[in-house]
Structure formats: structure tokens, C-alpha cells
Design a protein around this ligand. Structure first.
Ligand code: ZN
Length: 164
């Protein structure tokens, strides 16, 4: 298992809803956390490891108690202010850029048992959630950049050798 990196077309495909809240889902989520910690990420979407389902994991602290699992997540409301902060992505290694995001979002999602939950989140967690839910819709953070900036960064990214 490895992280799928841009420009792999798999990252552009929308993922599908999880219907079965079973052992397999638990295993997938565990694999996602393991990979995320190994690669020093703060969030990961399932399609970044080749799993075509609506699953996101988030943890900015690496402490087990802070693990956030969102199955079939949806942003139902976005607010606060629009704030620009630097972002990177495990699927676009070596590249970072300032991205505009809302500072507060409301999310609806399922937990591992299929229970429907709601959460209002803000700050870094809100940023990470928007980044990861974008992944499920086939959107990368570079897609959120102004066109001119995106072109320059992608050109640079594609010209650099990638670790295998
Ligand atoms: Zn990402």
C-alpha cells in the first residue's frame, strides 16, 4: 500500500458512499491512520490509498484520543471568515501553497458503526476537513489556487523527480 500521487487520474475520481459498516471498514480506517502517521500527515482521504469510498481520517496531534473518523462526510454549512493559510498534501509531495478556506464548517457524517453525527469545527480542523472532503470529490488543494499560480506550481512539480 502506498500513497497515490498527482497526476494519477484516480485522485480525480469521486468516491462512493460506504454502505456496509463492517470489519472491512474498520480495517480500512486503521490502514488510513497508519499510513497518515507514517507519512506525517494530519488528514487522509481513502482515495489517497486507492480505496474508492467516502472516508476521511483526521488527527493533528497523533494522540489516539484525538482521532477523527468521518464516513460519508458532507459539509452542511461553511462560515466564519475566509482565511488564507499554507497547505500541503501527501498526494502532491514537495509542494505547498496558500489556500483560501472557511474558518468554520458544520459537517454531517457517519461513525464506524453507521451512526449519524454532526459536528461544528473550526480552525485547523475545519481546514483539514475541507481539504480531505475535497479529495472525495476529486478536488486537490492545487485546484483551489488562482490559475496562473497553479500552472507555475504544477510545471515545477512535474519537472522534479519523484521518490519511487
Ligand atoms: Zn491532500
Amino acid at each position: 500500500m502506498k500513497i497515490i500521487v498527482y497526476p494519477d487520474p484516480f485522485l480525480k475520481k469521486k468516491t462512493v458512499s460506504v454502505k456496509a459498516f463492517d470489519k472491512k471498514l474498520q480495517k480500512t480506517v486503521r490502514k488510513m491512520f497508519d499510513m497518515m502517521y507514517k507519512e506525517n500527515g494530519v488528514g487522509l482521504a481513502a482515495n489517497q490509498i486507492g480505496v474508492p469510498y467516502n472516508i476521511v481520517v483526521i488527527n493533528p496531534t497523533k494522540k489516539k484520543a484525538d482521532e477523527i473518523i468521518m464516513v460519508n462526510p458532507k459539509i452542511t454549512n461553511a462560515g466564519g471568515i475566509v482565511c488564507e493559510e499554507e497547505e500541503g498534501c501527501l498526494s502532491v509531495p514537495g509542494l505547498a501553497a496558500k489556500v483560501k478556506r472557511f474558518t468554520k464548517v458544520s459537517c454531517e457524517f457517519h461513525d464506524l458503526e453507521g451512526k449519524k453525527l454532526k459536528a461544528d469545527i473550526e480552525g485547523l480542523l475545519a481546514r483539514v476537513a475541507q481539504h480531505e472532503i475535497d479529495h472525495l470529490n476529486g478536488i486537490l488543494f492545487i485546484d483551489r489556487l488562482p490559475e496562473g499560480e497553479r500552472e507555475v506550481l504544477i510545471k515545477k512539480y512535474l519537472s522534479e523527480p519523484k521518490p519511487k
